[in-house]
Write a protein that binds this ligand. Structure first.
Ligand code: IYR
Length: 224
């Protein structure tokens, strides 16, 4: 295969206009039901579901197609306990000192605090790592590009996949997250990007009313 080899586009499907509208209506309607949830039940999630969500994330577009991500499913209970402890230490100093009043004021309607029991009890916790170096195949050592953009899109795909499967998710970013490299045995060339927590909602799960406020189409867009 030469470097510039090209191949016909496969798998593309065109829909007639009515179908197109119905499909995008249904997709958007479904995404509008997605909520960030912090109250997880302990009900197990099949490994195959988690693997599919990772595969969905891995289809995201990325800088030079280097796919600069690595997903670590933290399943081991001992590591979960260590994760919770380390994250809560960081969060305590965040809420008590680092955040500052403006940030705390923005968070107040969410009702979050330094306590993160879901890191131990939720059925799925995935640490997403952004790779500073890599390449299109494993083992290459080239510079990666647009790492944050690429990983952000991949995480979005993963959230949509879990939602599609009838699971709820939480994006969590303990700050700083350096401790995650050691906990997940990842090299220094990777940067912990995000924790994605997933599972079934607890039977008495609640969400903040604040989270239901969504900007309208006209608020978020313009045609020029
Ligand atoms: N990482 C902290 C604080 C936090 C920050 C933002 I911005 C949020 O949208 C939610 C939480 C925590 O997880 O509590």
């Amino acid at each position: 295969m030469s470097l510039e080899a090209r191949t016909p586009l496969e798998g593309y499907e065109e829909y007639d206009p009515q179908d197109m509208q119905a499909r995008i209506d249904s997709f958007t309607h479904n995404l509008k039901r997605r909520r960030t949830v912090r109250d997880f039940s302990t009900k197990a999630v099949d490994r195959k579901i988690i693997e599919r969500a990772i595969e969905a994330a891995g289809t995201a577009p990325s800088g030079a197609n280097h796919q600069p991500w690595h997903f670590v499913v933290i399943a081991d209970p001992t590591r979960r306990t260590a994760l919770r402890r380390a994250a809560e230490v960081e969060e305590q100093s965040f809420y008590e000192a680092k955040a500052g009043s403006e940030w705390l004021e923005a968070l107040a309607p969410l009702g979050t605090d330094a306590s993160k029991p879901f890191l131990e009890s939720a059925p799925v916790v995935i640490a997403v790592f952004a790779q500073k170096r890599g390449g299109v195949t494993v083992g290459q050592d080239m510079k990666n590009y647009y790492i944050n953009e690429s990983c952000g899109i991949a995480c979005g795909f993963m959230l949509a996949a879990f939602h599609e499967a009838g699971l709820v998710t939480l994006t969590h970013t303990p700050n700083p997250m350096r401790f995650l490299n050691k906990l997940c045995e990842r090299p220094d060339t990777e940067k912990a990007y995000m924790l994605i927590v997933a599972g079934h909602p607890d039977s008495d799960a609640t969400v903040p009313e604040h989270a239901l406020i969504k900007k309208s189409l006209s608020d978020i867009s313009d045609w020029i």
